[in-house]
Design a protein. Structure first.
Length: 317
């Protein structure tokens, strides 16, 4: 397969979102031309506003569940288009399912037509409420397909199946990353995920809302570490799914206490009912990423949280 060696062209679907916009930045730093597609249903033009004067960057407002027609060469198609927080996919269940199915189909069609490498941003949510811990790529998951979270979990599971079908049937060169909890600047304050929720509450000196007893665990990967891993995977020859995340694990309650301390918050912690199908544990086995990509996270949690808190403070001025 011939690639544009001097200046590869990358299409990033969902490129105005939290992760997609950071990927656009990184690809531009690596010398790519970048075409960002986003319908802005959960993305934000502010995330890519700083790129508007870059001649190697193009933004096209487009819903990727509809046919994609782009002129010229395309070397890589990165599919990051999807609502990705519980609030988003509970409020947008049909759109979440459609972008997982139709959006994946349309972006795969673009990659096939252009003979491009196809990259799917999948998720640790395909493991559901796992019965295996930590989660390796070989684990098939424990997902409730008809629960409220099923619209996201099953959309991503279907997307993975379609990507592998295109790889096996059409010979398309594909990659799949399973992304674990990621945090950093450009997260939306009201997106419902634990990092922005806790930081927003702490900066307002409001009680921090912990679901259940707070003994469920999560692993938090800083966005720059994740994007570096994604790029390494894209440039590799690995067609099978690869976990990218931080294997450092902590309880949600301990995480809430850390955010309180970093923000100087004196408000108490309040406990709320656990949402349906909320995973009890979440921690990646990153042995495959270490072996195949030479990747592992380097950002210390307190430093990454400090940078994220500074970003949230900047939104208030």
């Amino acid at each position: 397969m011939t690639k544009s060696t001097s200046q590869p062209v990358s299409v990033v679907a969902g490129g105005a979102g939290f992760l997609g916009s950071h990927l656009c930045d990184y690809l531009l730093e690596k010398g790519h031309r970048v075409v960002c597609l986003d319908n802005l249903i959960t993305g934000n033009e502010a995330n890519i506003e700083h790129l508007s004067g870059n001649e190697r960057f193009t933004f096209i407002k487009h819903n990727v569940t509809e046919y994609i027609d782009l002129p010229g060469t395309v070397d890589y198609v990165f599919n990051f288009a999807s609502p990705a927080s519980p609030i988003d996919y509970l409020e947008l269940p049909i759109q979440t399912l459609k972008v997982g199915a139709l959006g994946t189909h349309k972006t795969l069609g673009l990659a096939r037509a252009k003979k491009a490498v196809y990259f799917l941003a999948s998720t640790s949510e395909i493991y559901g409420d796992p019965l295996v811990h930590p989660q390796p790529e070989s684990y098939w998951g424990n997902v409730n397909p008809i629960g409220p979270r099923g619209v996201y979990d099953e959309a991503k599971r279907f997307a993975e199946a379609m990507v592998m079908a295109y790889h096996r049937f059409h010979g398309l060169d594909t990659r799949i990353v399973r992304i674990f909890n990621t945090y950093g600047p450009r997260m939306r304050p009201n997106d419902g995920r634990v990092v922005p929720t806790f930081i927003t509450q702490a900066l307002n000196n409001e009680p921090l809302s912990v679901f259940g007893e707070g003994d469920q665990t999560r692993s938090f990967c800083y966005v720059s570490d994740l994007i570096h891993g994604i790029y390494l995977l894209a440039m590799s020859s690995c067609n099978d799914p690869v976990n990218i995340g931080n294997p450092g694990e902590m309880t949600v309650l301990a995480f809430a206490e850390k955010i309180r301390a970093l923000c100087g918050c004196t408000a108490e912690i309040v406990y709320k009912p656990l949402p349906e199908d909320d995973p009890k544990v979440r921690r990646p086995n990153i042995g495959k990423a270490r072996e195949l990509l030479g990747w592992e996270p380097v950002m210390e949690l307190e430093k990454g949280l400090g940078l994220t808190i500074d970003y949230f403070k900047s939104l208030r001025t």
